[in-house]
Design a protein around this ligand. Sequence first.
Ligand code: ZN
Length: 304
Amino acid sequence: MNRLLAAALFTSCFIGLALIPPVFGAEGIPVFVSILPQKYFVEKIGKELVDVSVMVPPGANPHIYEPKPNQMVRLSKAKIYFAIGITFEDAWLHKFASVNPKMRVVRSEAGIEKIHMQSHPIDERPEDEAGHAAKAEHKDEHGTMDPHVWLSPQEVKIIAKNILGALVEADPANSAAYQENHLRFLEEIEALDSELRNIFSGKKGMKFMVYHPSWGYFARAYGLEQVPIEIEGKEPKPGQLKKIIELARKEGIKVIFVQPQFSVKSAETVAKAIGGQAVFADPLSFDWAKNLREQSEKFKAALK
Ligand code: ZN
């Protein structure tokens, strides 16, 4: 074999190797999720076998988010998209599917029984008319159901099971690892849940006030009552705000919880009027367990 041929063979061999796609590469299965807490869940189960990209970046509002062109490029290489039923998906999931028809879209919230999105109870319209209007307006923000399922540990167990199923299907060779990680995660969820039950024991029926009602499943899980300021996805009008302030005074509420992804204007107006304060409670933090612990302590301190 002459040298030239040997060199050519050697080179083409290298090119050939470079062209063979690795099973999933050193970075793991490329997957996308909608929000940061889902990255936490998928990494708990997939660990180093997954490479998770998040569609809604920190600080952005997942109800109205619009994906960036570079995210669509990245999406074209993903194997799985884990949806969670948050509002922006309504407009975008089918576009994601058309950008990458081979990508599997998994509804990670499948099997969760949704509750209705809470809205501030204040309404001056006659009952019948109010009922109709509420139905029509509700669709704008959230559909009629509450999408914030990831803030309740028992609901996250269902999400975790859906993630496990999708990873095992995409990568059956590593099934045992996913099963094992999933079991560990379930234990962590149970431990967290009983910790939170302890925090809220003896607090049944107590109220906390929030701007945007993200904590409906959480409140239900721990027997609390969430009082939202937002009315059907909108800032309250001045007359409504006045009633909310009266209610907060009557209940002795001193803390209004706001989240960094929303305007804090009306929450601050209420806080100022009642001589209280607006405090951040972020439902979208990456470290889900740590965040729920921290928020629980904040809620506990503010319960009325
Ligand atoms: Zn929300």
